[in-house]
Design a protein around this ligand. Sequence first.
Ligand SMILES: Cc1cc2nc3c(=O)[nH]c(=O)nc-3n(C[C@H](O)[C@H](O)[C@H](O)COP(=O)(O)OP(=O)(O)OC[C@H]3O[C@@H](n4cnc5c(N)ncnc54)[C@H](O)[C@@H]3O)c2cc1C
Length: 561
Amino acid sequence: MLFDYIIVGGGSSGCVMANRLSANGSRVLLIEAGPDFPPHAIPDDILDGNPTRAYYNQRYQWPSLTAAVARTSNRRVHYEQARVIGGGSSINAQVANRGGPADYDEWASTGATGWDWEGVLPYFRRLECDLDFRDRFHGNSGPLPISRADKGEWSGFVNAVSTAFEDENIPYRPDFNGEFRDGHSVVPLTNLARRRVSAAMAYLPESVRARPNLIILPETTVVKLTFSCRQVTGVDTDSKTGQLSYRAQTVILCAGAIHSPAILMRSGIGPGKALSKLGIQVIADVEGVGKNLQEHAGVAISAYLKPKDRMLPTATGYIQMHARYSSGHDGCPLTDMAVSVLAKSAWHPVGQRLGTLNFWVNRVYSTGTVSLVSPSHLAEPEVNFDMLSDERDAQRLKSAFRFVARLINHKALVNIALDPFPSTWTGRAKRIGKYNRLNYGLTSLLAGLMDSSSSLRRSLIRFAITDGRSISDLLTNDELLDRFVRQNVFGNFHPTSTCRMGSAQDPTSVTDPSGRVHGLSGLRIADASVMPFCPRANTNIPTIMVAEKMSDAILHEREQQ
Ligand SMILES: Cc1cc2nc3c(=O)[nH]c(=O)nc-3n(C[C@H](O)[C@H](O)[C@H](O)COP(=O)(O)OP(=O)(O)OC[C@H]3O[C@@H](n4cnc5c(N)ncnc54)[C@H](O)[C@@H]3O)c2cc1C
């Protein structure tokens, strides 16, 4: 069968595309490497309003994907990327930030014509059904519900952080998706009645799945694209049942910022020399494929909370507050930094006792790469983030550490956030964050010891939770702080920009502003990889906006033909 569209990847962007492009009768094939869960069979950990169980469930991830984080630390870690219908939106923390007008105006100024704020706002409105705000910034009839936990649910810890922010001139702003200045707020969530709503749930309900012109093919990996000269004609796939090819007039890559460039390169589209070295026949020498990789680089400070200041078991989510502020560093824009405030740091008993200020550089300048080590689809691409390689990012993350250390010692917090310590979401914290009985047992034991005496707690924090460094050690020794941030920096699972949009004259760009890959026909990209740079927001809602706008452009062009 010849499809009108093959969509590769059923993640945040792919679900949008499948819905919008199949609405007018076009024949659409959606191919997803991971499992599909129709609305009546969604696993409980995906539905959970508290995302920490789904976060680290290996069943929903690419198991062998690793990444080098920062050049100076030689650290290569498992990098969580979704492999399940709904993609990142099925396992993410459900935070629904948009980023601000300046992000998109800058996108447009770098060659993504039409992607300025006025150009993207209609699509932010179209994707959402905001349950709290009705004004020109918000949509109230889109597929994706966005709601905010009640401020009254804030724990004692989060209320005290709010007081500290107010004293730092970072005031409370009720609507983070409508006010774009420095401030702190309740977190907007892709969440309805305390349950997750993924892109799959929002865009692929039973009514859409029932369309006879839409086929969803789960547990099937796209190996590479097929061509006739420079015209893409379809895809080769691999699954448990064998290798099959499918044909379409247009293939749309929605495989995310790590796997879309990998599929391109396996197919011969990318940096010619590097592909030739691997024995891959070069179809189009597009230097920008896999370059310009960005992520929000961050570290964290955590503290032990007294029982009365912890999150109530009945409260929604686990990130209760989000803040943005301006670093004031030379050459950096306003609201370039972000802090998310976790009223509990993980699902387990230790996590329930720890509050965390997770802070990151929200407008990053460092860039990394995705490259191939083998032409085989069975080998994951090599991911090098090179976080903090741009000195502005390193300096701002260090300043942020000093700022958050001051915040946690604010008078409103000193009797609430006890024994604060530098923390990171890496190594030990990640291993113990996996949802299983052994980790529950271990953390129950550790939690009991932490509660039993303050001196024992301090020793445990110093020697079992951290690597022995205290906040004051890092504040008094810049070299130590520098080493700490470079060795412990981690992203927020927000990879973007490896196939960035731009003009055909720009050698770093891969697609035009409608997602068409330069120099080829029948091929588009419509996921987080096309973003010219990572916006000042968690990336799920911006990605869904990208797919909404791209699908509109495709349908519009089809109408004109
Ligand atoms: C653990 C985690 C937490 C996050 N937290 C947040 C948050 O709270 N808020 C927020 O805004 N953002 C968050 N994000 C980021 C956000 O979810 C992503 O930016 C967004 O999902 C990206 O959408 P995408 O469509 O580009 O890619 P994805 O959603 O990753 O979708 C890509 C899909 O393509 C499939 N695929 C890849 N290669 C192939 C192939 N060869 N063949 C077939 N299928 C393939 C994958 O299996 C996947 O399902 C988080 C992400 C993760 C992983």
